[in-house]
Design a protein around this ligand. Structure first.
Ligand code: PHE
Length: 461
């Protein structure tokens, strides 16, 4: 019954899909968000929970999300409606797609602001601003940027224009080419940074910090830390909002979903670990605070670049690659809503991309103002940017993940998922089905309820 192609186009081959999906997954989430979140929750125990979440929740849900996308071959909203109706279920499943659109808008609006910092740092590095800089100088440099609303607006605007340009051209023509060299280059440069950190910084302390789980450090914040580790897994793997679903809808029918998923998740995880190993040696060698928050990467790395020969060049290159990594993630955040506008509103791709991008751009202005002029306005102690970050990663994406898992595990019959995954009823399939039916939804629900304090309210915590 399922279509074999999408009206929006198709990836030319399996490699193109892997690169695009890995491009979506690898981004600011790995290099910016992972280290600072791990730092906020004390390192090792957080990292361990994160890795467990990737393996037991992230991989099965990613397989499910690709499977749904490929089966439906439309925007997440229409895919969910079509697949639900085909099984005689309520079309209200399309709400999953709507929730994803909302999450995508919120994520991209703050993501673009952070990507703007990265753009600004390319220019600063190339201009020699890091030369001989110390910890205090680096902190001041960062504060100077986030305090300057107009400059943030300019960089945010440039990043959104970049995203709209690629999405307007169609995913296959613009994107496939860019990721092919960008991903290996980023990887290599991260490796250079790890080696550099090992030589000049305190690698031993960093390794102990990241990989020696000390659950005592979580203390009374354990529930919150586990929630954040799970949220980080969803965020970093781009799960739960339809980005991976729509990319799956452009994947040819004969490609193995499981193999591709494992490769994508491995790449994403390795990049995050490398980022941690590049950053924490510098943190400890310079007496910086691991839990100092979202500025962590932007404060630590300039110190390292400022000390190394050719630091202006390497620093510029590093942040440029990070811009590319953010770019390939940004377009995947925009793609689901653009596909929907084309399908349901009959918009041209260009018009849809401009409209959706414009809306995100406006929302992004609220995010960047929350760093300076609006810093006094907070909700639950967070400004707009932090709030969007927290709510999407820790609540909306996991909720989307539960729904995806339930749909793939309980609504779709065995026969359909086996056919789409291209798997027989062997061990691999059974493990997947068990994880997606029981483990992922229950684990995610428990973590969410626990963090909301509801388990305790029910007398279970
Ligand atoms: N995975 C991306 C990153 O780590 C962010 C992202 C989240 C992209 C959700 C798409 C969907 O930077």
């Amino acid at each position: 019954m399922s279509a074999t192609t999408s009206i929006h186009g198709m990836w030319s081959n399996r490699l193109a899909f892997i690169l695009a999906a890995a491009g979506s997954a690898v981004g600011l989430g790995n290099v910016w968000r992972f280290p600072y979140t791990a730092g906020e929750y004390g390192g090792g125990a957080f990292v361990l929970v994160y890795l467990l979440c990737v393996a037991a929740i992230g991989i099965p849900i990613m397989m499910a999300e690709i499977l749904l996308g490929r089966r439906g071959r439309q925007s997440p909203i229409n895919t969910m409606r079509t697949l639900a109706l085909a099984e005689g279920k309520t079309p209200a499943w399309s709400l999953l797609g709507w929730m994803g659109i909302l999450a995508g808008f919120m994520i991209l609006s703050f993501y673009s602001v952070i990507a703007g910092w990265t753009l600004a740092y390319v220019v600063r590095a190339a201009g020699g601003a890091f030369t001989g800089i110390d910890a205090a100088g680096s902190q001041a440099l960062f504060a100077g940027l986030t305090g300057d609303g107009e400059r943030l607006l300019a960089w945010h605007t440039i990043f959104m224009v970049l995203c709209v340009l690629v999405v307007a051209r169609g995913v296959a023509s613009g994107l496939e080419k860019a990721v092919k060299w960008m991903m290996p280059a980023l990887f290599l440069l991260l490796l250079v940074m790890v080696v550099y950190g090992a030589q000049t910084g305190d690698l031993g302390a960093a390794v102990r910090y990241l990989f020696e789980p000390d659950f005592g450090k979580l203390g009374s914040h354990a529930g919150e830390a586990i929630l954040s580790a799970m949220g980080q897994a969803f965020f970093s793997l781009s799960l739960g909002m339809g980005a991976i679903m729509i990319y799956g809808s452009y994947l040819k029918s004969d490609a193995s979903i499981m193999h591709n998923t494992v490769i994508i998740a491995l790449l994403d995880t390795v990049v995050a670990m490398f980022a941690g190993l590049a950053i924490f040696p510098i943190v400890f060698a310079h007496g910086l605070e691991p839990g100092s928050g979202p500025g962590l990467v932007f404060i630590t790395l300039p110190i390292a670049f400022g000390e190394m020969p050719g630091g202006g060049f390497f620093g510029g290159l590093f942040f440029l690659l990070l811009v590319f990594a953010a770019w390939t993630s940004g377009i995947s955040l925009l793609e689901p809503v653009v596909a929907w506008l084309v399908e349901n509103r009959g918009f041209s791709r260009v018009r849809a991309a401009v409209l959706a991008g414009g809306a995100v751009w406006l929302l992004g202005i609220a995010c960047l103002l929350s760093l300076n002029r609006w810093s006094g306005y907070t909700l639950f102690g967070k400004g707009v940017l932090d709030l969007f970050d927290y709510v999407t990663a820790n609540i909306l994406l996991p909720l989307g993940g539960i729904l995806i898992a339930v749909f793939a595990g309980w609504v779709l019959p065995r026969r359909v998922t086996q056919e789409e995954l291209g798997m027989r009823d062997g061990v691999g399939y059974r493990i997947w089905r068990f994880l997606v039916r029981y483990v992922s939804p229950v684990a995610v629900a428990l973590v969410l309820l626990n963090a909301l304090g509801l388990l305790r309210a029910f007398g279970l915590g």
